[in-house]
Every structure is written in C-alpha cells, then in structure tokens.
Design a protein around this ligand. Structure first.
Ligand code: ZN
Ligand code: ZN
Length: 443
C-alpha cells in the first residue's frame, strides 16, 4: 500500500510561516491498495490539493472510497472542494459512523445548505453512495477494512486497512480512556479495557497514523477534548509492536520547530523502552510506501448497509446527585432516548429489572447499594437482557485499582467526572452501537 498526506493539521487550517514544513491543511490522507484501489481518509481542507491532483492525472481511477472518521468541520470541510465529486461518470463511496437515527448524507448536506455554500450536495455530478458505518469489517477491492470506535466528543471511527499483508491504522481524534495521567506510570501498559482494545486495534501495524495533538505537559488542561498526548501514543504504538508511527492532527499552535522537538522527545521515549519503532510527524505532501508481504486478496465482501433505526431506546440513569441526573437526562433526551432515573442503588436495580434498559449509567457511590454491588447483582440476574446490559460507572476515581475492581465486577466502561455532555453523547452512541453489532451477525 502507498500513503500520501494531503492534510496533517488538526482542528483548524493553519497556513503561514509557522507551519510551512509540516503543512497547514486539515486531515486528508490518500491510500492506494495493493490493486490500486483508491481510499481517501477524511476530507479536510487537504482534500482540495488531492482533488486537483486526481483530476489532472490521466492515470487516476475515476472511482474512490472516502472514509470519514467523524463529521467535525476539520474532517469534512474539503467535501465541497473535492473536484472528483463534480465530475460526471465518477463514482464515490462515502463512509462515516452513523449515530442512531442520523444519516451521513443528511449531515454532509447540512454544511452545503444555502446559508453556508452555493452548491448543494445533491448537485454533485459524480455518482455518490453513502454508507453509515458501525464497528465491523468489510472490503473494498483488495483492501480489508476494520472499523473501531475512538474516544472523542463526537462518534468517531478509526480505520484499519489491510492489503497484501501490509497494515495501516488511521486513528485520529482519539483520547486515551484512562484520562488522568497520574493514574498510569510511564511505560506501564494501559489498565483500562478500552485502551487495551485500542492497542489491539493498532497491533502489528506497518504504519499508525495517530492523533498526537498535545504534549504530556499540555494534556491536563485539555482532558476531555478528545485528543491524545503524543508521548502516550508512543507507548501505545510500542505496546502494539507497530513498525512506524506518524504523529498526526498537529495542534494549530504547534510551530514546525516545536513539532521537531516533540518528535525528538517521542523518539527518545521509544528508544528508552527498547523499541525499534520509527517515529515521524506526518508532513503534507509526504509519501510512505509499504511493501506488500504477500498476495492476500480478500473476496469482494459488501460494505455493511445502513444502520436500522428502531423506536426510542431506554437508558437508566442512577445517581444520588440530582444535578448529575438532570444533566444526563437532558443530554440523552435531546438525542431521542427515553430516560428513566433512580437516586439510590436499590431503586436502580428494581428499575433495571422492570424497564430492561439498553444501557445503564450508574454512579459508583450511592445509598442502598453502590454501583459495584448493583453491577454484580445485574450480572447474576436470570433475565439475559438484564444480565448482559452495558453498565457504565460514573466516578471521579481514575486510579488503576478502582478501574480494575469495576471491570472485575462486570462494568463495561467508565464515565469520569467531570464530564462534558458532548462526550457523553458520543460514548453512549458507541456503547449502544457496539451492543447492536454484537447482537447481529457481522457482515
Ligand atoms: Zn479533528
Ligand atoms: Zn473531532
């Protein structure tokens, strides 16, 4: 597979004297599979350059696959300026994670409404096909694609691309799940099961393109914003035994010189861990060629279809602090969920059994029975719906021993106080979507 970076900056395009070397355009990465299949990862402002290149090159394929991590501006602003979409006869498949009840096509059309842009999405001359994705796997040409949710204040997917034995993982706009740096000593493997899952997603990659917006120093002020400190990304890539790591989604305030220093610090950290990992900062215009190790050719599996939407799902929120119940209920109701509440552990258990919710958000410290005891009782219940319900523990404790105790009791994940509503919305979508995936046969 071959990779070329067209946009490497995060959050906001930042052209100018401080970003000349690494580039100022927002995320867009071109990938060519073993058979020439064209995949474009994200469609930030870098997509303008890629689009011009594709239509001016006589050998460019007329068809491509645009895979979007999430629909924050910096990842879709290039769509109205991506020239291949304006050429009749071209066919483009466009993929992005779908939140329950919200379709990709409608979201993309939103930024091209009359108030924002003179051309509507419906006026694109190319044939476009939209695919609302969940976690799962499918193939495009000779490229096997595996998707997994990232940790971000919007529902976001990472893409693992495997072709001809080479592996690329694109995981941007992701924050470690164990949020408190003090909860983990340097060099320790991640304790949180979601972080371990993330490392598995990265495992054995020839190239990881990863969010590295912050430094470890900056991170405590940016916790919950959905981005990673570069030093921790090194730890994950080392644990995943990856060959190369491209730091990506550079902060708009990070100058070229500061980025040089960050790369050097990351290399020292990797060397200190005894790793051979090659680390560089993704650079606009740079090309990386990955050797094909064998001629693996997956069959032409179909991409998964649109997610099926059903009536409102019930979520149980149990917390003895009324303010927290109120914030969570308001946030979830805005996304169309039916919310039932409880203020103590005993009531939470009763409501779980009578309402059989799709998800439970449970405070750790509550009168009656605490979150751990409620979870243990749920896991022993005779009703399989109650027994298998995802349980998310709400807590201010982020120490490793607390997390481990929760996971042993059967907790699915943690929501750390203080939390932001945008983050809760994204995580709730991920927990529910993953559960639907487990319940239905994988494509
Ligand atoms: Zn971003
Ligand atoms: Zn984002």
């Amino acid at each position: 597979m071959n990779v070329r970076f067209w946009g490497t900056r995060g959050s906001l395009a930042k052209p100018g004297p401080t970003t000349l070397r690494y580039g100022g355009n927002t995320p867009c990465v071109e990938v060519r599979g073993a058979d020439g299949t064209l995949i474009v990862l994200d469609c930030g402002t870098g997509a303008h350059g890629l689009g011009q290149f594709l239509i001016s090159s006589a050998t460019s394929p007329r068809n491509g696959h645009l895979m979007i991590t999430h629909t924050h501006w910096d990842h879709i602003q290039g769509v109205p300026f991506f020239a291949p979409l304006f050429v009749a006869g071209n066919t483009w498949d466009i993929y992005a994670p779908s939140a329950l009840g919200q379709e990709l096509e409608r979201t993309l059309a939103g930024q091209m409404e009359y108030e924002y842009f003179p051309v509507t999405l419906a006026q694109l001359a190319a044939t476009t096909r939209y695919h609302d994705l969940r976690e799962g796997r499918f193939a495009v040409g000779a490229v096997r694609v595996i998707t997994q949710y990232l940790n971000h204040p919007a529902l976001a997917l990472g893409y693992r691309l495997e072709s001809g034995g080479a592996v690329i993982v694109y995981a941007t706009d992701h924050e470690p799940h164990a949020p408190n740096p003090a909860a983990r000593r340097d060099g320790e493997p991640p304790m949180h099961s979601e972080d371990r899952r993330h490392v598995e997603f990265l495992s054995g990659a020839d190239l990881i393109i990863h969010d590295a917006q912050y430094t470890l120093e900056e991170y405590p002020q940016k916790t919950g914003w959905g981005h990673s400190p570069a030093e921790w990304v090194v730890d994950y890539a080392v644990a995943a035994r990856a060959r190369r790591l491209a730091l990506f989604h550079h902060d708009p305030l990070r100058s070229d010189d500061a980025l040089d220093r960050l790369v050097e610090r990351c290399r020292e950290r990797s060397r200190a861990a005894g790793s051979q990992l090659q680390i560089f900062a993704a650079t606009e215009g740079e090309e990386v060629c990955l050797l094909e190790r064998d001629a693996d050719r997956p069959g032409a599996e179909k991409p998964p279809g649109r997610a099926v939407t059903t009536g409102p799902l019930t979520i149980l929120v149990a917390d003895d602090e009324p303010a927290i119940v109120q914030v969570l209920a308001a946030t979830l109701q805005r996304d169309g969920f039916r919310v039932v509440t409880a203020n103590d552990g005993t009531t939470a258990l009763d409501r779980a059994r009578s309402e059989r919710p799709a998800l439970i958000l449970l405070d750790w410290h509550m009168p009656g029975a605490n979150g751990i005891e409620v979870t243990q009782a749920l896991r022993r219940d005779s009703d399989p719906v109650v027994r298998d319900v995802p349980v998310v523990l709400i807590t201010a404790e982020t120490g490793a021993e607390h997390t481990a105790a929760g996971f042993r009791a059967g907790v699915t994940d943690y929501l750390t106080k203080p939390f932001r509503p945008a983050h809760v919305r994204a995580r709730v979508q991920a927990w529910l979507q993953r559960r639907r995936n487990e319940a239905s046969p994988r494509p």
